[in-house]
Write a protein of this length. Structure first.
Length: 323
């Protein structure tokens, strides 16, 4: 009788073993190798599920009032809270969200956190840094309101929970439940309990599963920071949305853009005026070549043409292959 230990494994069992071995090897690789994306200093890869939706809207983030709580810490005004709420998205995405409403500040910070994680192995994405370093990267200044802005934003990311399904060419390729942007956040104290001025955080490894090459686009960081200086949040959102397009974008109905950008404006004509200002910002920073709005009222459609350098940058992500 043959020794069971020496019998060849069934094909499925052998395949499962190889998959586990590959998973273990991948966990030791830096995220930049796993995602196999373009990681230039001005490039910020971002999963399309996060930017083809109303997840990061155009609401004004809370501002520092100067008030302190009873422990002497800055009071953090809260954004509206959502519990297991479906987020308006393009047809290929289903997204449910629990947490405070997210802003363009939060998307900017999340882009930078992902970028800083690029050389970390996937089994240890923990990072420790000083707030002023992050503020410098974000170009938010180093004033007291800037520190509040950072703390407020990173707290929203830590407390956010998402469920995401996404299809690609008709096939469901993303299905993640109860994931966070950050699964760890703490402010570092020394042995005496005094603050060292450092913060420690870790991107949730599970959310990085949605950063698949075919579902990830490259956002130009220099362009985003130039838009940030204009303080036009609709321009920031529009830039992030159209950064998902490597070819000629389809015309978009203005009411659809209103829902996707989560604008507080309810009137289409008023939104059209705001959008026109935002589009001119994108022309000035070199993201759009031109644009025009066809039709009126709820049937009005936006047509945009991306500049060639934007198409080239985005196509580099399309040409990559997972390792």
């Amino acid at each position: 009788m043959e020794d069971p230990k020496k019998l060849p494994k069934a094909p499925l069992a052998a395949l499962q073993d190889r998959a586990e071995q590959a998973k273990a090897r991948m966990a030791l690789r830096p995220m930049s190798q796993q995602m196999d994306l373009f990681w230039g200093e001005s490039a910020r890869p971002m999963a399309s599920a996060l930017t083809k939706s109303a997840l990061f809207g155009t609401s004004r983030p809370p501002s520092f009032t100067g008030e302190l709580d009873r422990l002497g810490q800055p009071m953090l005004p809260a954004m509206p809270f959502m519990k297991n709420q479906e987020i308006f998205s393009t047809d290929d995405i289903i997204l449910y969200y629990t947490g405070e409403e997210l802003t363009q500040d939060d998307l900017t910070l999340w882009m930078q956190i992902v970028f800083l994680s690029r050389d970390r192995p996937m089994d240890d994405l923990t990072q420790r840094t000083r707030p002023y370093r992050l503020l410098k990267d974000l170009d938010w200044g180093d004033s007291k309101p800037a520190y509040f802005r950072l703390k407020s934003s990173i707290t929203r990311l830590r407390n956010a929970t998402l469920r995401i399904q996404q299809r690609y060419r008709g096939e469901k390729v993303v299905d993640v439940n109860d994931v966070n942007f950050l699964d760890h956040l703490r402010y570092i104290d020394d042995e005496s309990g005094n603050s060292t001025g450092e913060i420690e955080f870790r991107a949730d490894r599970r959310i990085l599963e949605i950063f698949r090459p075919e579902l990830t686009s490259v956002h130009n960081w220099t362009t985003r920071q130039a838009i940030q200086k204009t303080r036009n949040r609709l321009a920031q959102w529009t830039h992030s949305f159209y950064s998902n397009h490597s070819g000629k974008p389809y015309p978009m109905l203005l009411p659809t853009l209103m829902s996707l950008s989560k604008t507080k404006t309810k009137d289409v004509y008023r939104f059209k005026q705001q959008l026109e200002v935002a589009l001119e910002v994108l022309v000035k920073v070199g993201f759009l070549l031109d644009w025009h709005i066809e039709g009126t009222g709820v049937k009005a459609k936006l047509h945009v043409t991306l500049k060639k350098q934007n198409k080239a940058a985005l196509s580099q992500a399309d040409e990559t292959h997972p390792l």
